[in-house]
Design a protein around this ligand. Structure first.
Ligand code: RIB
Length: 300
């Protein structure tokens, strides 16, 4: 039995690192480029596996060069590929990522490809595995009806649910009933609440609004400012670990993977947050997303 099920996408991340993120109409001469595994769900699954968690990843890919990269990546990271749907008529997606090498910040355009055709019917077998798992983790890169259905089934079967609401998308109120942990970054939290987040106090106001929607626990990740957690009774603010960030792509995924892993080991919430915070920090010290996820030994 897999303890953690992750639904999401795999794409090939094509990253361009340079002295800045170019403005509209501008051309710059960059420093480096990298092609490697990406996609929020895949990054999160890799993170959990590298920390030592039992994870099942559900997605759809094409039978093409990047589909091959996906399968090789999963095998290398001990992730079962049995539940990945492969369709030769579809393309595996790609993401174009521009990275500022000085701050590690990025701008991303993702073409999801094959998983944009994912249906509830496609996931018949996988849904049975979700029912038997401890934790279900997902994001907003696959069709919303599929995401909603899986969250609902998970909740009806008493599985702990984590929604990393990225990229920010309009959600129906029904979604909020099925979410235990909601983990936006500050930009996404502003999208869902209208509150511009500059500090801990703003994060508290935003999290109160999110709790009123019916979700149980809110974690707003604040980049280099750390994170804010609230369940309505207990508030926790943690500073980010100080690291020299080379590339922040996938830091949110490392956070969500670390959180899911921590929760699966039944650690108290503060320890889960500290672990996730540390995992996210370390992930920014390498270029790329999936390949930058730390191993359990890297945390020592
Ligand atoms: O969270 C980072 C990820 O978002 C990248 O790997 C990119 O592929 C997009 O899905």
């Amino acid at each position: 039995m897999s303890e953690i099920c992750v639904l999401g996408i795999f794409v090939a991340d094509i990253s361009f690192s340079g002295s800045k993120i170019p403005s509209i109409g501008e051309t710059i001469l960059g420093a480096k480029y990298n092609v490697g595994p990406g996609g929020k769900g895949s990054n999160q699954a890799i993170c959990i596996a590298r920390l030592g968690g039992k994870v099942n990843f559900f997605s759809k890919i094409g039978k093409d060069t990047y589909g091959k990269l996906a399968l090789e990546t999963f095998k290398k990271n001990n992730i079962d590929t049995k539940h990945i749907i492969q369709n030769e008529n579809l393309q595996t997606g790609v993401a174009g990522i521009l990275v500022d090498k000085n701050s590690g910040k990025n701008a991303i355009n993702v073409i999801t490809g094959a998983p944009s055709t994912l249906t509830i019917e496609d996931l018949k077998d996988q849904i049975n595995l979700i029912k038997k798992s401890k934790i279900f983790l997902t994001q907003l890169e696959v069709p919303l009806d599929v995401t909603l259905h899986c969250l609902k089934v998970a909740k009806e079967n008493k599985v702990l649910t984590i929604l990393n609401p990225a990229p920010a998308s309009e959600l129906s109120n029904e979604f909020f009933k099925y979410i235990d942990f909601f983990t936006p970054n500050e930009t996404e939290a502003e999208f869902y609440t209208g509150v511009k987040i500059a500090n801990e106090e703003d994060a508290k106001v935003a999290s109160q609004k999110l709790l009123q929607l019916g979700m149980k626990k809110i974690i707003i990740t604040l980049g280099e400012k750390g994170l804010f957690y609230s369940d309505g009774n207990e508030d926790i603010y943690l500073k980010a670990n100080t690291v020299k960030a080379l590339d922040t792509t996938g830091a949110g995924d490392a956070f969500n993977g670390g959180l899911a892993f921590g929760l699966s080991t039944r650690k108290p919430i503060k320890e889960c947050l500290e672990l996730a915070n540390k995992v996210a920090g370390i992930s920014t010290t390498k270029l790329g997303a999936g390949d930058a996820m730390p191993f359990i030994e890297d945390l020592k």
